[in-house]
Unconditional design. Structure first.
Length: 531
């Protein structure tokens, strides 16, 4: 470095610092809200650091940290929190006066965030840091074992691509697999993944910060450091010369068309798919083909991912193809299932477990908005108990339409999905965090059949009370799966009145400060004069 260039630059920085300090309005000391320090440092070994806050009125931390979850219908839902998952603050809101805030984190390094406190229309920013924000070169296994918010550089193969707009994909090396949630383009922009030309099988080196979401380890908005294109590529899948990855119910042949710049092509079919899919022929050359044959499908929709491998003598390269086959499962309501003929056809139904007849075998009753059916066993002996299923849980089952002594029942049922439901009091429900993915069962007495604006309604918006606490129910529907007009008139049709006891299943949400039980499914009710 040449000293004559360094000194003027240093003097300019010093001058800028002193100029900034001469301003009468230090951002740490706003009239509305003041903090003893706008910088919080936490030891990498974990622990707590505190600051003092003085406010002229009520104050609160802004919810600026987004976590995306899926609701009961599988749709993405954005939830916002005051702090990132690795940091907690002793108090996130308060009244006018002085408050003592304690910032706590477990052991970690390379983590930082900016928090925002609002008061009287003004914002105070707090910078929190734990260790230096460095980038560590690591394997997938080391990323998985490492702390959240730390940045890593990882090299691995693109296993599959989930989203081609944001660049969500899976990276795999010999030690494991991680999910890449967002990929920046060459200029650092989002939503331009296609400009990178990345394909399954390519070897990439990327770097970005780690987070863990619902148990899945992710690197977020990674920067691509290097792309090593694969020597083998899947061009297309065809069935009867038609480009498609899907085989019909009756089975048949599907051809994989490849481009290969390596030596030879090997094919791997996952063990769990070898009973219905196999290789019948292949060709060689720079544009080889591999022909697979699938057996007829008597069950539900099924799919598998086959792997094609080649080598340059030093390194193996891969490409993948997902092959699917139409299944025989029909999605129906309980009423439609009851009306179906006895036979080998597979049906998918969803509903709430209303009664357990024999837990050992999983003999239960399930109910949706249209009716109730008996299920003669879920899975094998002991599966029901191993899954921890209980009355109130919402299950998705696949099975056949059977019958016993003229009574309809589902036979050979297999559990596809369960939404656990926890029975709690109204008081406890009111204290739970908003979460559209967590379902509860609450019971109370109806105190009003008006909506939150005092109006009569068709959807059953009402208030429940346990005698001390009151809860607003945003919709009382006849059962799971009700949509459109099927959600209406349940209260009127059953002559439910103020004073009757009602048991509801739903999730907690808050709207304009009012706590609500949403997605409300009626599990049961009792007339006041019947008790």
């Amino acid at each position: 470095m040449k000293l004559r260039y360094f000194i003027p630059t240093l003097m300019a920085v010093v001058a800028a610092v002193f100029t900034g300090c001469s301003d009468d309005k230090d951002p740490t000391y706003l009239d509305e809200i003041r903090v003893s320090s706008s910088y919080v440092a936490i030891s990498t070994a974990g622990g707590s650091t505190s600051i003092d806050l003085t406010a002229s009125g009520s104050w609160q931390f802004e919810k600026i940290f987004k976590v995306t979850t899926k609701d009961a219908e599988g749709k993405n839902v954005d939830n916002y929190y005051e702090t990132p998952s690795w940091l907690t603050v002793s108090q996130t809101s308060g009244a006018a006066g002085e408050s003592h805030l304690v910032f706590t984190a477990e052991a970690g390094e390379g983590r930082n965030c900016e928090l925002i406190i609002s008061c009287g229309g003004k914002q105070q920013r707090i910078n929190v840091i734990q260790g230096l924000a460095t980038v560590s070169t690591a394997t997938c296994a080391e990323v998985i074992a490492g702390p959240d918010s730390k940045s890593y550089r990882v090299t691995g193969t693109v296993k599959s691509i989930a989203n081609t707009t944001y660049g969500n994909w899976y990276l795999e090396d010999k030690t494991g697999e991680i999910y890449i949630y967002g990929t920046l383009d060459a200029k650092g922009n989002e939503k331009n993944f296609s400009s990178l030309g990345i394909e399954v099988g390519d070897e990439l080196t990327v770097e970005g910060p780690k987070t863990t979401y619902n148990g899945t380890v992710e690197l977020v908005n990674v920067t691509v450091v290097k792309i090593n294109k694969s020597l083998i590529k899947l061009d297309s899948l065809t069935v009867n010369d038609i480009v498609t990855p899907e085989l019909p119910l009756e089975g048949g042949e599907i051809v994989a068309h490849l481009t290969c710049k390596g030596t030879g092509v090997a094919v791997e079919i996952p063990a769990d798919a070898q009973s219905w899919l196999g290789v019948v022929s292949s060709t060689v050359g720079t544009t080889p083909t591999v022909t697979f044959r699938a057996a007829p499908n008597a069950g539900g929709d099924r799919s598998t991912t086959v792997v094609f491998k080649t080598t340059d003598g030093k390194k193996d390269y891969t490409a993948q193809a997902t092959i699917s086959q139409e299944g025989a499962i029909v999605d129906v309501s309980v009423a439609e299932f009851l009306a179906a003929p006895v036979g080998d056809a597979q049906y998918r139904i969803q509903g709430v477990i209303t009664k357990v007849a024999k837990a050992e075998y999983g003999n239960v009753y399930i109910k949706d908005f249209s009716g109730e059916t008996y299920v003669y066993g879920i899975g094998s002996k002991g599966d029901f108990e191993k899954a921890g299923l209980k009355v109130g849980d919402i299950v998705t089952l696949v099975g056949k339409r059977g019958e016993y002594k003229g009574d309809a029942q589902m036979t050979g049922a297999q559990l596809e999905k369960v939404i656990p439901v926890t029975e709690i009091s109204i008081a406890d429900f009111l204290q739970k965090p908003d979460d559209k993915n967590t379902w509860y069962m609450v019971t109370g007495v109806i105190t009003s059949l008006k909506d939150n604006k005092g109006r009569d309604n068709d959807y059953g918006n009402l208030y429940l009370s346990d005698g001390t606490n009151e809860l607003y129910v945003y919709g009382c529907y006849p059962g799971w799966g009700a949509t459109g007009d099927n959600r209406k008139f349940f209260i009127a049709d059953n002559e439910i009145e103020v004073g009757d006891k009602l048991t509801m299943i739903g999730y907690k949400d808050t709207y304009n400060g009012l706590v609500e039980l949403c997605g409300g499914v009626c599990f049961g009710f009792a007339k006041a004069n019947a008790e």
